[in-house]
Write a protein that binds this ligand. Structure first.
Ligand SMILES: Nc1nc2c(ncn2[C@@H]2O[C@H](COP(=O)(O)OP(=O)(O)OP(=O)(O)O)[C@@H](O)[C@H]2O)c(=O)[nH]1
Ligand SMILES: [Mg+2]
Length: 272
């Protein structure tokens, strides 16, 4: 065993050994592989870990086939993923179509939508992707809700809300960020609410001498200029001199360094 592994590696390795759930074990093992420095001395270790990973993954596949369930993965195309949930005929498809122009079937018959349906829209710098979850609440469909940033829940009254809350709890989704929508009311600011609820920071790049880019770089709250650069192009860190931040404060246009904490809507110009 090479001795120059980072401390974090041993912490993750311990959690991996103690973890019972196969799904979580796979996650931890992947983390472990990415935490292992890559050089001659670690080649064997990485090979072992990868072998272990492929074994666990095939075990996982076998198990899911046995239960007759499969996990459906939606390809995440946007910056924010929103699952639309509600009882049948709650207006999920109607809302999906209104927000994204998706080509979905809307009808008075119950359970018209049988497979997850997706659509995407661009709003103030970010792509928001929506997925209508069919109202059978199958485990394989709810895996999408688990991977979503936000659940958008359509309920018309207290009874429906109680019913949905029960389903969320049974599927361990009760702690997810949620937006409640009453389809009977006018819902004008849904997109704005999604941005607020997702707790992201949208940063708009302005290459010196050029226009502000329309698409934002999306970061989690609390991230700094150095995180922004790491996300765009790590190599820039070496030649970074300073950044200018434009906002609606009296200090707009000021120079900042790598430790500046970004806020939603900042326009950033990087200088080398
Ligand atoms: N009055 C009224 N009718 C609506 C509204 N939203 C949807 N509807 C109607 O309700 C019916 C069902 O709407 P859908 O959007 O297909 O509902 P859904 O939740 O996708 O339903 P399933 O996919 O079948 O589970 C359709 O006839 C819609 O026209 C609304 O806000 N007001
Ligand atoms: Mg539908």
């Amino acid at each position: 065993m090479p001795t120059n592994l980072p401390r974090e590696w041993y912490i993750v390795e311990e959690s991996f050994r103690n973890e019972k759930s196969l799904e979580k074990k796979i996650e931890l093992l992947k983390q472990l592989i990415s935490l292992t420095p890559k050089h001659k001395g670690t080649e064997n270790l990485i090979a072992q870990l990868k072998k272990r990973l492929s074994k666990l993954e095939s075990e996982m596949e076998r198990k899911s086939r046995k239960c007759g369930s499969k996990v459906i993965n939606i390809e995440k195309n946007g910056d924010i993923l929103v699952s639309i949930l509600g009882m049948t005929k709650s207006g999920k498809s109607t809302l999906l179509k209104k927000l994204t122009n998706a080509d979905v079937e809307i009808s008075d018959k119950p359970f018209t939508t049988k497979e997850p349906q997706t659509g995407i829209c661009f709003y103030e710098g970010v792509y928001i992707q929506f997925v209508e979850i069919p109202s059978f609440f199958l485990k394989e469909h709810l895996s999408i809700a688990h991977n979503s940033d936000i659940l958008m829940i359509l309920v018309k009254n207290e009874d429906e809300l109680k019913e949905i809350e029960k389903i969320l709890k049974e599927n361990r989704l009760e702690k997810k960020r949620k937006i409640l929508i009453n389809p009977l009311e006018e819902n004008k600011e849904i997109l704005k609410k999604i941005i607020e609820e997702s707790e992201i920071v949208r940063v708009f790049m302005k290459p010196p001498g050029k226009n502000i880019e329309e698409r934002a770089v999306v970061l989690k709250r609390g991230r700094k200029i150095k995180d922004l650069i790491e996300k765009i192009n790590e190599n820039w860190l070496k030649s970074f001199k300073f950044a200018r931040v434009y906002d609606n404060s009296i200090f707009s246009g000021r120079r900042v360094g790598l430790e500046y904490e970004l806020k939603d809507g900042d326009v950033v110009e990087i200088h080398f």
